[in-house]
Write a protein that binds this ligand. Sequence first.
Ligand SMILES: *[C@@H]1O[C@H](CO)[C@@H](O)[C@H](O)[C@H]1NC(C)=O
Ligand SMILES: *[C@@H]1O[C@H](CO)[C@@H](O)[C@H](O)[C@H]1NC(C)=O
Length: 517
Amino acid sequence: MKIFCVTLFFCFSQSYGWDYKKKLFPSDFRFGVSTSAYQIEGAWDEDGKGESIWDRYVHTHPEVIADGWNGDNATDSYHLYKRDVEMLRELGVDHYRFSISWPRVLPNGHINTINEKGLQYYDNLLDELIKYNIAAMVTMYHFDLPQRLQDLGGWTNPEIIQWFEDYARVLFDRYGHKVKYWITINQPDVCFDAYGGNKMAPAVDLKGTGDYVCVKNMMLAHARAYRLFEKEYKSRSEVNAKLGLSVSINWFDAPDYSTSENEELELYRAFSFGLYLHPIWSESGDFPPSVKKAVAKNSKAEGLSKSRLPELTAEEIKMLKKSADFIGMNHYTTFFVNKTESGVRSGLPYSFPDIEVHVSQSDKWLPSKSAWLKGVPYGLYKSLLYLNRVYNRPPIFITEHGWSTDPGLHDTSRINMMREYSRGLLFSLEDGTDLLGLTVWSLMDNIEWTAGTSERFGLYEVDFDSPEKTRIPRVSAHYYKHMIHSRIVDEDWKLKNLDMSISNRRQKILANKKTEL
Ligand SMILES: *[C@@H]1O[C@H](CO)[C@@H](O)[C@H](O)[C@H]1NC(C)=O
Ligand SMILES: *[C@@H]1O[C@H](CO)[C@@H](O)[C@H](O)[C@H]1NC(C)=O
């Protein structure tokens, strides 16, 4: 029975007393795992690859990396992609989300120099996936801009809209028949870190201006790629793909968990994800009116002639509207947002310009290895309810969701969180949410940007010290495999003879450099 929930209470009362063993994920619900190029490939200057903004940033500022490990070698997936696909087969996933490194295929960012060896690498990976019937979900841009384009202003130069479209055409031409889901851009909110501080490359501090210009250009680049795909590729007989944008959609609540509407909360949600969803999924299109108003007001008070948030033309608004087949949702955690005395702007997780609120997390929530990431399973469920209400039940694919720990194979906290959050997905499916699938971040430990290897997100542990970057399944890999296979959220699952099994396997793995689950 599909019922659209009006209130949270109604939903939970509907679901109360569920026997989880009887609640199946529908047969067309897709399970997968996710990675990104810089975080796993390594081979940063091999076979003609160009320099990316991350290569430049970590080489010129090694001090920003928590533990000295960077993407130069990462997990060496440039050479070990066959082992990666073997792990996907062990897990039994339906799809694998990975990203293409723009400078690996176009070393200077432009289409006048194509690196055939780089293109061949992704052909090899895609062919390996096809061989084992694993659908490819390919992100075209996941933070690693060619440095050459950054030298021209990067995402603050409007020419990038054309550069991105050119790049997209190269990818559609070459891989169009091998890809099931395209993600144009991962998390455009990276603009606030990349051009508004020092957390993400290129770490240019243009807070309050560069960040907004970046957002506008990224959104338009996305829309141009969608329109190109729609016009020239989608109807081809060999092409069978959907295209979306991945947006960071965490949950934001009032400190008393109240669901009542309040202006700061709504404004923070609008700054946090409405900025990217409203132009595509709302009836009216354009950036959210509340954000436009807030930035315009501050800009005027500062004596500027125009808002620091650049306007979209009528034509651009039209191009952006409905420019996606699904919402790519990256969800990790929840924050409390409340009013603050003026002057103090937001704290965690991002300090957005133009909004004065206090952002915090409860000390009752389960901590992970990452300061910003607390286990709050109800938040995923509530954000899905919210998206249904505000955007009229859009198709949603969870393109990232995960948990960080210390090194070690016994990742009980990851299993508990996977179980609890997945229950929320079952609730949401019961509500009638158009939920296409779950993509767990991440297949294996990798380079967590400036956190290096100090925050482990992998279902597989990676031994970064070993020349082979040995990958070993954590207990959570076994749990996810069980979930995919059984299609239930199992309360009682235990790995049989857990300790024995893991240590035996570890010996075997270390001896053979690989394993089967
Ligand atoms: C990457 O691997 C090379 C060759 O094994 C090694 O010399 C270098 O130190 C490694 N760099 C990092 C950052 O791990
Ligand atoms: C907002 O929340 C913080 C911490 O959660 C608290 O210290 C502060 O008093 C709250 N402010 C208001 C106005 O409720």
